[in-house]
Design a protein around this ligand. Structure first.
Ligand SMILES: [Cu+2]
Length: 111
């Protein structure tokens, strides 16, 4: 049991490391957007993906999302932040289409 818990803790740590790297996957976009007004960065992007893991304590969902052409993102597994309320309606294994803010990878709405 201890081993299992440790293994999943390690998995989560490596996922968050991946997530940190992935803030880089928006950076080119942000550079290109310099000079545009702030409102532009608040725009939501829609993506579809499978919920792999729900961390209800942290408000983080690990989602295997399909490519997001609007952002030039390839398909990948990554964490998204979301509200407790939104998370309450989800189960691991669900496939969802959702709107998120690319600048802070927070899910704002689930379709
Ligand atoms: Cu991603």
């Amino acid at each position: 049991m201890k081993t299992l818990l440790l293994a999943s803790a390690i998995a989560l740590v490596s996922l968050s490391a991946q997530a940190n790297e992935m803030t880089g996957h928006g950076s080119q976009e942000q550079m290109a957007d310099m000079g545009h007004d702030q409102a532009q960065e608040q725009q939501l992007t829609t993506a579809t993906g499978e919920v792999r893991k729900l961390d209800r304590d942290k408000g983080v969902a690990i989602i295997a999302h399909e490519p997001v052409p609007a952002l030039g993102w390839p398909a990948m597994v990554m964490p998204f932040k979301m509200s407790e309320e939104a998370m309450a309606s989800l189960a691991e294994g669900d496939t969802i289409t959702f709107d998120f803010s690319p600048d802070n990878t927070t899910i704002q709405a689930i379709h």
